[in-house]
Structures are given as structure tokens and as C-alpha cells.
Design a protein around this ligand. Structure first.
Ligand code: NZQ
Ligand code: ZN
Length: 389
């Protein structure tokens, strides 16, 4: 542990079956005007909308709605939501959905009282809010992003083909409270469940594959990865296994609620590559990560060999006897590849609609991070994208 840090996570969590009833404890803390934010209809089909509305009505709230928040929420949709929240004089934003809905609600929160253009301010200049922000609560229905307990908000500008995440430093942007009921996730299609599982795994990898210090956060990460591998295999065989699904939900939150990045450097280049692919294809977030990961990790492995050896030993139980460091590291990535195939994840970007003539443009949309074992240049980005085809 070499780094100095501060740590504060103010989000209050209510976890477990039936946890939605705790909205009754939270709602009285805010004014009467609630803006309910949700996606394209899953919560109406599975009954979550009715449960939440009943509680809002019982608490005497005036409810306005922003519906139709799409996966990979767009800037145009953000402008629309800001207008609705302004008109409703919102006292509280209540996001009911997955990472897209929760991220979007954060973007509305920082934009409602902002006179500047939110894209320019938050996604080009990466500034912090200078206006009053709206409090946000979240009822999570899809597991993966960690948005329920972090200050990240990813928005896609379909005109410039940039999908950009802003992780706000101000902890006021984190949800004030989040309801995590694993039962709410049981209606997810298999595709979304495994996309979320890979998103979780990669969040941990992004924070793990960086730095060479002896860092407690890395030991926590290894534990989280082992738990996820165990539970994901059970959930993949039986999507209704509540114990596995609840463990996955809890792991997702810890994978990206800022804890495992404390005191260490982090990478995030897989997310930059994945987000660029997402900006050009609108593919599901976790799948874009899966499709570029192995090419990226094989590319950087020689620069961070010792960490990849540790990963192979501590996460994948690779038997090291008689093997070189390189062989051990490669076996770790092979084991990871096997697990990804077992889940049915896409192993290349062609499956997501990328064709070779798109590579240059996707490279143009890829932001370069400097915390990993190798800072990529443009040629390397193109090489990795071609390897991922
Ligand atoms: O829109 P509805 O009808 O609700 O359907 C959604 C959507 O189609 C569906 N779904 C959600 N809960 C369901 C359900 N279907 C059935 N039953 C349920 N219980 O699932 C689909 C995907 O939902 P979405 O919210 O898009 O998924 P996810 O949670 O993976 O969020 C992805 C977004 O989060 C961003 C991604 O870039 C992407 O835009 N991220 C946010 C991060 C953060 N805040 O820190 C970090 C991540 O790395 C990620 O970048
Ligand atoms: Zn992610």
C-alpha cells in the first residue's frame, strides 16, 4: 500500500429480498416532487414499477416520469430528461433500472440547474458541477456496473460517436440510497446476466492490472474475483439460484464502489476500447469489454508479467511447477478465456457488428489511459482491435 487516499462512500444500501419497502424510510427525507426514471418497459412487465409506484403514492409524492432511457443513454435523451426534471421542480430523482438508468439520472442531477451545456462541461472538459445538484435514489434491476454506489455516469454522443464516462469527484453525485433486491434481477435475460458478470469481472481487472506495490486492495480484488467465478458458474447453470445471484449482486457493488482502487493506480483501457466499440455499434457494454479483453491483456502481459503470474496463481489456481513466468501468465489468461466461453460471451468484435473498415474510426474514438502496464499508441490500438475482430 503506497498511495495516500481519502475514502468516503455515502450511499446507503438496502440489500435483500423485499428491500424495496425501505423506500418508506427514505422518501420522507425529500420534498414532494419525485421524478421516476426508468428504461424501455422491463419494470412494467415484471411488476417492479407497480411496487415502486404504490410506495410513492403511499408517501404522498407528486410523480413525474422520464421513461425510455435506453441502454447506452444518449445526450439527446439527457437534454429531454433535464427539461422534464426542471418542469417538475424535482426534489428527488428515483432511478429504477440498470446502470444506464442510474448513470442517466446522475447526468440529469448535475445538469438540471446548470446553465452550461452538460456535454461540453462534463464530458469534454470533465468539470465538476458548479450548480446545485439533485439527490438521487436507485432501485437496481440489472447487476454489473456498480452505478448504484458510485459517481460514474456514462453518456453517448451519437453525433460525435463518443461514449464517455465521467466519474465525478463530488460524492454528492453518488446515489443517496440504493435498493438492491436480487429477486428483481431474476427476470434478466441470460445475455444481460452474463454481460453484467463480465462487466463486474473487468471492473476488478481494470483496478488490479496496474502497479507493482503490495496492496491490500489487490488481495480484496482476488477474493471478489474468486467469489464471482464461483457464483457465475452456478448462475450460468441455474439462473434462478438466489444465493448465486445475490452474491453476484453484492460483488458488483464492491467491484466498483471505489474501495478496491484505494491506494493504487488503475488502468481502465479495456473500458476505453469497449466504449469506443459501443459508440460505433451500440452493443451491450459488458459484451464490448469481453470482445476486446483477451487481445488487450495478451498485448500488455509482457509489460506487467509479475501481476499476470499472480493473477494466474491466486485467481485461477494455475499449477506453477516447472513452468516459466510467461507460461504461467499465459495459462491464467487461457483459464479466463475458458470461463468466458463457458458463459457464452462474445469473444470478438465482429460478433458485435464491427467490420474491418470501421477499425480506424473506432481507434479515433478510443481514449488512451496512462495507468496500465503499457500506454497504448495509435498503432497498438489498431493492432488490438484487429486482433479482436
Ligand atoms: O430498458 P429496460 O426495459 O429496463 O431493459 C433493460 C435493458 O434493455 C434490461 N433490464 C434491466 N433490468 C431488467 C432488465 N430486463 C429484464 N429484467 C430486469 N430486471 O437490461 C438491459 C440493459 O440494461 P442497462 O441498464 O443498459 O445495463 P447495465 O446495467 O449494464 O448498464 C450499462 C450502462 O452503464 C454504463 C455502460 O457504459 C452503459 O452505458 N456503465 C456505467 C458505469 C458506472 N456508473 O460506473 C461503469 C460501467 O463500466 C459502465 O460503463
Ligand atoms: Zn463496465
Amino acid at each position: 500500500m503506497l498511495g495516500n487516499f481519502s475514502y468516503c462512500n455515502p450511499t446507503k444500501l438496502y440489500f435483500g429480498e423485499g428491500a424495496v419497502k425501505y423506500l418508506n424510510d427514505e422518501l420522507p427525507k425529500y420534498g414532494k416532487n419525485v421524478v421516476l426514471i426508468y428504461g424501455s418497459g422491463s419494470i412494467k412487465k415484471n411488476g417492479i414499477y407497480d411496487e415502486v409506484m404504490t410506495i410513492l403514492n403511499a408517501n404522498g409524492k407528486n410523480v413525474a416520469e422520464i421513461s425510455g432511457v435506453m441502454p447506452n443513454p444518449t445526450l439527446a435523451k439527457l437534454y429531454e430528461g433535464v427539461e422534464i426534471a426542471r418542469k417538475a421542480k424535482a426534489d428527488l430523482l428515483l432511478a429504477v433500472g440498470g446502470g444506464s438508468v442510474c448513470d442517466y439520472a446522475k447526468a440529469v442531477s448535475v445538469s438540471v440547474n446548470c446553465d452550461e451545456d452538460p456535454w461540453e462541461k462534463y464530458y469534454v472538459r470533465f468539470e465538476e458541477p458548479t450548480c446545485e445538484t439533485l439527490p438521487l435514489g436507485c432501485v437496481l434491476t440489472m447487476v454489473g456496473t456498480g452505478s448504484e454506489m458510485n459517481a460514474g455516469a456514462v453518456i453517448t454522443n451519437t453525433q460525435t460517436k463518443m461514449k464517455v464516462g465521467h466519474v465525478f469527484a463530488d460524492e454528492k453525485i453518488m446515489p443517496r440510497f440504493s435498493v438492491l433486491d436480487p429477486k428483481y434481477t431474476l427476470t434478466l435475460p441470460h445475455y444481460q446476466m452474463v454481460a453484467g458478470i463480465y462487466d463486474i469481472f473487468n471492473h476488478i481487472c481494470e483496478q488490479y492490472f496496474s502497479g507493482e506495490d503490495d496492496n491490500t486492495s489487490d488481495y480484496i480484488s482476488e477474493g471478489l474475483m474468486r467469489s464471482l467465478l464461483h457464483s457465475s458458474r452456478i448462475a450460468n447453470r441455474d439462473m434462478n439460484d438466489y444465493e448465486a445471484r445475490s452474491n453476484i449482486m453484492w460483488t458488483a457493488t464492491w467491484a466498483l464502489n471505489t474501495l478496491v482502487s484505494r491506494g493504487k493506480t488503475t488502468d481502465w483501457e479495456v473500458h476505453m476500447l469497449g466504449q469506443a466499440v459501443g459508440a460505433h455499434t451500440n452493443a451491450t457494454h459488458g459484451m464490448t469489454l469481453a470482445a476486446v479483453s483477451l487481445a488487450y491483456y495478451r498485448h500488455i502481459m509482457p509489460y506487467g508479467l509479475k501481476k499476470f503470474v499472480r493473477f494466474a496463481q491466486n485467481v485461477w489456481d494455475v499449477n506453477t511447477s516447472g513452468k516459466t513466468e510467461r507460461e504461467i501468465a499465459e495459462e491464467g489468461l487461457k483459464a479466463m478465456e475458458g470461463w468466458m466461453k463457458e458463459l457464452g460471451l462474445p469473444m470478438n468484435i465482429s460478433e458485435l457488428g464491427v467490420t474491418s473498415d470501421m477499425i480506424e474510426k473506432i481507434a479515433d474514438s478510443t481514449l488512451v489511459m496512462t495507468g496500465g502496464y503499457k500506454t497504448l499508441d495509435r498503432d497498438e490500438i489498431i493492432e488490438i482491435l484487429k486482433e479482436s475482430l
